[in-house]
Every structure is written in C-alpha cells, then in structure tokens.
Ligand binder design. Structure first.
Ligand code: NA7
Length: 546
C-alpha cells in the first residue's frame, strides 16, 4: 500500500488508500480479506484488539464456550481447511476457537493486511469522490471505495448504571474484557451481576474457586445442560466425511444454519408422554434446538411454548434443593427461546453449594455500589470482586458508536434513531458503498454465525466484484426497497413470541433504545434465497452509479 497524499472530506491528508476498508478481524473480516485478495481487490482490516478472533478475542471469561456444535461452528469455504482442522470437544471452548482463528490467519497469510490495536472512530462518505474517508485511533486517514463493518453483533458491552459504581475499591471484571492472564478467585468474596449466557457459563467455575459467590439475578433464564464432551475420532471422521457430501449445504438451507430435521408437528397435537419424551431427548443430549425447534409452534404459540417452559422449570426444581431458590431461578416472564436460551455445565447445581447465594433483584433491587460491596434494599453485602456479566448493546451498538456519516453528512445514529433500517441487513440507504456484515434485519444472531457470515461475505464480494467488472462507482440501498424489507422483517418478527420478552433482540436492555425486533427470523435458507434472487434480478433494490 502506498502513501497517497490526497485531501479527504475533512481536509486531512490521506495516509492509506485501498479498495475496501474492513473494520473487524473476527471471522467475517478475515474471510472477507481472503476473498477480496483472491479477486485482486485491495483491502485492509483494522481492529481495536491486539489479534484476530473478534468476539473470541475478548470474551475470555471462565467457561466461555460456543453454544453451536463445533462441527457446525467453523468455516466451510475451504475444504482443505475443514479437513485439516480437528475440534476436540462437542462445544468448543473459547481458547480453541481463538486458536482456530489464528490458524486461519496463518494458513492464508492474512497478517500483512491486518492492523491491530487500532480503533475506527470516524468514517465519512465523500460525495465528490464517491469514497469513504476513515480515521483511526492511530491517526491513519484511510480512503476506500468500500467500507465494510465486520464489527460483530455483540461487541459493544453494556454496563449497568448503578449508583456509585466507580466507588468500589475491590477488583471489577467484565466478562467481555476478561484479563488475558485469567483471574484466580481462590478465597475471595465474589459478586456476579447478570444471569445471561456469559454468567451462566462462568458462575459454576467461579464458584469452584471463590470463598463466597453471590449472584445478582434480574431475569432468570432458561438454561439446559450442554452435555459437552470430547469428540471421538469416529465422530470427527464422520463429520469430515459429511462435509464432503452436502452437510454444509444442508446447513445453508436450514432455518438456523444448522442441519436439523424440520419440525412437522405442533407441540399441542401430540400426547403429553410423546412431548415429554422429545423434550427429554433434547435435554439429555444438550440439544437446545430440539426443544425450541422440535415442534412447529414453540416460538409462535404461547400455549405450545408453555409446554417447553413447564418442562424446563420442572427440571430446575428437580436439581435445585432449596425450593425457594429453585422458584427464584424459574423463568416466568418470557417464553422459552425469546431471550437467548443457554447451554450450561452444572449451572443449577451450583446453587446447591453452601457458599453460593442468589439475590433476586426483582424483590430486592441494588441501591448502590459502595467502596466495600453492594447495597440492596434489604442488606449491605461486602465483596472483594465484582463481575459484570451484563451483556451488550446488541446489533446496533457496535455500529452507531462509530461516527459514520453518509450522504449529506447524516450520521448513522440519527438515521437509526427510531430503530435500524437496512436492506437485507447488508446496506443502509444514504450510506453508499457501506456494508454491514450480519447486520440488523438479517438472520445474524438467530443463526449459526459462521454460516451467516460466509453468506454475507460471499454476497458482498460478488457485489464489489460486479461493480469492478462494470466500472460502477457506488451501490446503495434503494429507499423504498429498504422500507419494504424493514416492514417484512418486522412483520415476520411480530408473528412470533419474541416481542413478549424484554430482550436484547428487542433492544430492551438499553435504556432509550427503540423497541424493534433486530434480527430477521424468516430463516437462514429462505433469507439466502431472497438474497440470491435479488442478484439474479440485477441487484433488485440496490441502486448503482457509474
Ligand atoms: P446477556 O444475555 O444480555 O445477559 C446479560 C445479563 O445481565 C442479563 O441477565 C441481564 O438481565 C443482566 N443485567 C443487565 N443489566 C443489569 C443490571 N443493571 N442489573 C442487573 N442485571 C443486569 O449477555 P451475555 O453476555 O450473558 O450473553 C450475550 C450472548 O453471548 C448470548 O446471548 C449468546 O449469544 C452469547 P435482564 O435479562 O436484562 O433482566
């Protein structure tokens, strides 16, 4: 890359010029870089982290693990890569996924075109040049024809706003920014705030070390045992053979990006015994999808959903010995699946340990954090450490925190003040040549992210390549097409039970964030068909300029 001394929209000297500027060195950014290189299109990746891996770079808390099975949660674009890599467990732990990300970067020699410890702060579209000017925290000013946000959907952490939070004199940890050297909780009095997936994975392991562990729960979650285990050599051989014979294609055509039998029956048209047997089979094998996707109507009909909810609540009562604690852990305020359900290892069992305490924030709210601990409406508790497992400003937070300005200087945060609007979760009207990977209104977090990432990167690179071949300067989502897609996405989302939960899918965990259903629930396979059809119809809904 040569130094190019040009004037940018902000009047600053351009220090780097590329065809495609990629933000994020997670699985999306890495694959995009690899693909563009193959097409002879210059690209550079920037990431605030010191290495590749995205979400798996940051989330190093104890027990961090993918809840999509390893054989599904890997790239499918290169058959040699998928044959040579071997996963050790059914659900991969974070260190192994990070190792895989590094292996990919080595194998495809991605390092020279990636720049780390560099945050993107400002990105403005220059309407005269039809290029993006992007400023980094390191002072780079990059000019790029295309600007791709491969920033991840759960990357902007959301800390609670508790009174006097900063007064605490002990150690504070965030699951999302876990120290690389790990944390030893031996002998310590630890508070964990939150009971989402990150908390549910880490609580049993923190409890193994801590002298006392207190969990502050606002909303109980539905969780089931992951039944994680080592993968046998036979299983790996079978999976690798399946990769060669259509398994990945099945994933691409499926509802959630994972090949599973398509449900054909309502949960209400089978006998109780049949239903219980089916749920039990899912429970015993750590198969979450068997519970929420085993019948056609679990995510659509409250009565059907109640059957699954009752099954899980009965399991919680079976495991947790103290009936009051068990009842506190039972979720009643949202249908199963409408907040991200969790897979755990000994989560509920942990509450049987004498040094583990559960605080029900629905009964006793936190009033403030003090230098020595946490005060609730009923007691003052002392701690050495506080762990915040309080989630993310999901799907839009990582995008709008960048000062992104499109046509007319309009910034993305303003354009999305009433909720995000995209065409297929890929582009936003008014922001030409900007692409969002697994953006709002695409299957994204409701799918196996690897499959959805690959589909988006393939679509984006095809589009960029099409523009190059045809000498096109800009591509931009048509306003009407975008409005129609948003309406369709909302319609499909509102037909489900998801809107009944105060979830991050609905933007409900961030005060002031508009309540809209963020991902597209129409299914991975049908969504892919829609995207392919758009291309077949000459990029219908996308406007190009010469
Ligand atoms: P989640 O799933 O958003 O969980 C965050 C948890 O923190 C959840 O239980 C929240 O309760 C709780 N929370 C948030 N703010 C507060 C305050 N102020 N006080 C008490 N409790 C609070 O994030 P995770 O990191 O666990 O998981 C994210 C995804 O990563 C997961 O879905 C998987 O896809 C992987 P709430 O439910 O909002 O009442």
């Amino acid at each position: 890359m040569s130094d190019v001394m040009e004037k940018s929209i902000t009047g600053e000297k351009v220090t780097q010029k590329v065809d495609v500027m990629i933000v994020g060195a997670g699985f999306a950014g890495m694959y995009l870089l690899h693909k563009l290189r193959g097409l002879g299109i210059s690209a550079r990746v920037f990431d605030a982290a010191s290495g590749v891996g995205g979400t798996w770079y940051w989330n190093r808390y104890p027990g961090a693990r993918c809840d999509v099975e390893s054989i599904n949660y890997s790239y499918s674009f290169d058959s040699d890569l998928e044959q040579e890599w071997t996963w050790s467990e059914k659900y991969s732990p974070q260190p192994e996924i990070l190792q895989y990300a590094n292996h990919v970067a080595d194998r495809f020699n991605l390092w020279p075109d990636m720049q780390f410890d560099t945050r993107i702060d400002v990105a403005h579209f220059n309407e005269k040049e039809n290029r993006w000017t992007v400023k980094t925290s390191k002072g780079d000013v990059v000019s790029a024809q295309h600007f791709v946000l491969a920033v991840g959907t759960l990357s902007a952490p959301k800390l609670p706003e508790i009174k006097n939070q900063e007064s605490f004199k002990g150690k504070v940890y965030e699951t999302m920014k876990w120290p690389h050297e790990g944390v030893d909780f031996t002998g310590r009095r630890v508070a964990v705030i939150g009971t989402g997936s990150s908390a549910i994975q880490s609580i049993p392991l923190i409890a193994e070390q801590a002298a006392q562990l207190t969990v502050f729960q606002r909303t109980p979650n539905f969780s089931m045992p992951a039944s994680n285990r080592k993968l046998s050599a036979e299983e790996t051989t079978k999976a690798k053979a399946a990769y060669k014979t259509g398994y990945r294609q099945e994933a691409r055509e499926s509802g959630f990006g994972v090949p599973i039998p398509v449900a054909t029956q309502s949960a209400l048209e089978v006998t109780e015994a049949e239903r219980t047997a089916a749920f039990q089979a899912g429970w015993d094998t750590g198969n979450l999808v068997a519970i929420i996707g085993g019948y056609t109507d679990i995510l659509y009909d409250k009565e059907a959903n109640d059957k699954a909810a009752d099954f899980i609540r009965a399991k919680i009562r079976e495991v947790v010995k103290d009936p009051v604690v068990a009842e506190t852990l039972c979720p009643y305020n949202h249908p199963v699946g409408t907040k991200r359900p969790c897979l755990d290892t000994n989560y509920y069992q942990t509450y049987n340990l004498p040094h583990v305490k559960l605080v029900d924030l629905l009964k006793t709210g936190i009033t403030e954090i003090t230098p020595n601990g946490i005060n609730t409406t009923t007691e003052n508790l002392e701690f050495d450490d506080i762990v915040f497992a309080t989630g993310f400003d999901a799907m839009t937070g990582s995008l709008v925190r960048i000062d992104i300005r499109g046509r007319g200087g309009v910034d993305l945060a303003t354009a999305w003040k009433d909720g995000p609007a995209t065409l297929l979760g890929l582009q936003v009207t008014g922001f030409p040549n900007m692409f969002t990977v697994t953006g709002p209104q695409s299957p994204s977090v409701l799918s196996n992210m690897m499959i959805s990432i690959e589909q988006h990167i393939d679509w984006i690179t095809d589009c960029i390549s099409h523009m190059k071949d045809n000498g096109l300067a800009t591509v931009e989502a048509d306003k009407k097409a975008q409005a129609e897609w948003v309406e369709h996405s909302n319609e499909v989302g509102m037909a489900t039970l998801y809107p009944l939960a105060n979830s991050w899918y609905m933007g409900a965990n961030v005060p002031g964030k508009p309540r809209v259903f963020l991902p597209y629930i129409g299914g991975v396979g049908p969504y892919r068909e829609i995207c392919d059809d758009v291309v077949a119809k000459g990029y219908k809904g996308f406007n190009f300029s010469k």
